[in-house]
Design a protein around this ligand. Structure first.
Ligand code: SAM
Ligand code: SF4
Length: 330
């Protein structure tokens, strides 16, 4: 195993950030994430076991991965997720241990998450209005999610971020309400441009670009831009005089592919080199056919070499023949 040889694609981008979906299941059915048609869950046997996930995390850590995000589906519906998080947190080299969740149950788990060594948490929240929240997620659980956010702050989980997908005709009128929410609390609200995935009703005219959001915010709030790293996906701003900050994930109107350092593993073990490309390599099948770590490493490196330079601009998008977002993990 070449321990000091980082994972590099053919454009010279060094890959150090691994996002692992630990389940394709979810207790929500967000309209922008799940297709309307009935979901058929994969049989459990097709998903990576927790042991297989940990083996991969350890392998990627030896290949230079220093940032790990556990996501889903909803990661907290996977039995044993707390154990996985604790074990992953103990893997040498993984300095940044993150999780993305819809916030259900968080009021009960926040302290435990802090103790497990989480270095940041992203909580999805697309509306502060109960009826609208229920319509978007198809679950009447806004109060529970808000309690979870408070609990995460009380438990002092570092870097609490709220993921807000902004969609025309759905919630673009709440941008200022979310900025006010961040102004009052030590967290970051991240406005995410609506992205196209299989069966999620995406159309170019449903995308609210970050410039449009900024034009709503700037007359009301003084923003101070934060200098970012080239691999940062967000454009971040402090709210001058406020407790929190805001950021924009501009995948649609100003993509950040040039600095991409991300790799994704789906719940059934496919390695994806880009959110918008189908899974390219079944790590699960390789592991189950007895591949050793050197063989896995070779296959991972070869797959990374097939990564494209970047996704096409928004006006050339069509609904990609891709997985649903829920299967990919955000
Ligand atoms: N269930 C967890 C949650 O909701 O945070 C983790 C998985 S979810 C797929 C990860 C993130 O992807 C969420 O923040 C969600 O808002 C975001 N997401 C899902 N569909 C999206 C879409 N079509 N465009 C932009 N972001 C999307
Ligand atoms: Fe579930 Fe998260 Fe998708 Fe909502 S965004 S349906 S909570 S996976």
């Amino acid at each position: 195993m070449s321990e000091l040889d980082p994972l590099v694609d053919r454009f010279g981008r060094v890959h150090t950030y691994l996002r692992v979906s630990i389940t394709d299941r979810c207790n929500f059915r967000c309209q922008y994430c799940m297709p309307e048609t009935k979901i058929v869950w994969r049989p459990r046997a097709e998903l990576l076991t927790l042991e297989e996930i940990l083996r991969l995390v350890e392998l990627f850590a030896r290949l230079g991965t220093n940032k790990l995000r556990i996501t889903g589906g909803e990661p907290t519906v996977r039995k044993g997720w707390q154990h996985l998080l604790r074990e992953a947190a103990a893997v040498p080299g993984i300095a940044d241990r993150l999780m993305t969740t819809n916030g259900t149950g968080l009021h009960e788990h926040a302290a435990e998450l802090r103790a497990a060594g989480l270095t940041g948490i992203n909580i999805s929240l697309d509306s502060l209005q109960r009826d609208r929240f229920t319509e978007i997620t198809r679950q009447d659980r806004l109060d529970e999610v808000l309690r979870g956010i408070d609990a995460a702050l009380e438990a002092s989980i570092p870097r609490v971020k709220l993921n807000v997908v902004v969609m025309a005709g759905v919630n673009e009128d709440e941008v200022l309400d979310f900025v006010a929410y961040a102004f009052d609390r030590p967290l970051q609200v991240r406005f995410i441009e609506f992205m196209p995935f299989l069966g999620n009703g995406w159309k170019v005219d449903r995308v609210i670009g970050y410039q449009e959001m900024l034009s709503q915010i700037e007359p009301r709030y003084e923003l101070s831009p934060r200098g970012g790293h080239p691999s940062d996906v967000a454009k971040d701003f402090d709210l001058v005089g406020g407790a929190g900050s805001i950021g924009f994930i501009t995948s649609m109107t100003d993509s950040f592919c040039g600095g991409c350092n991300r790799m994704r593993i789906t719940a059934d073990g496919l390695l994806k080199t880009c959110l918008f490309l189908p899974g390219q390599l079944s790590l699960r099948d390789l592991m189950r056919s007895g591949a050793d770590d050197a063989e896995l490493e070779q296959a991972i490196r070869a797959t990374l070499l097939t990564k494209w330079e970047g996704h096409p601009p928004m006006d050339q998008w069509r609904q990609l023949d891709n997985l649903t977002m829920m299967e990919i993990g955000g």
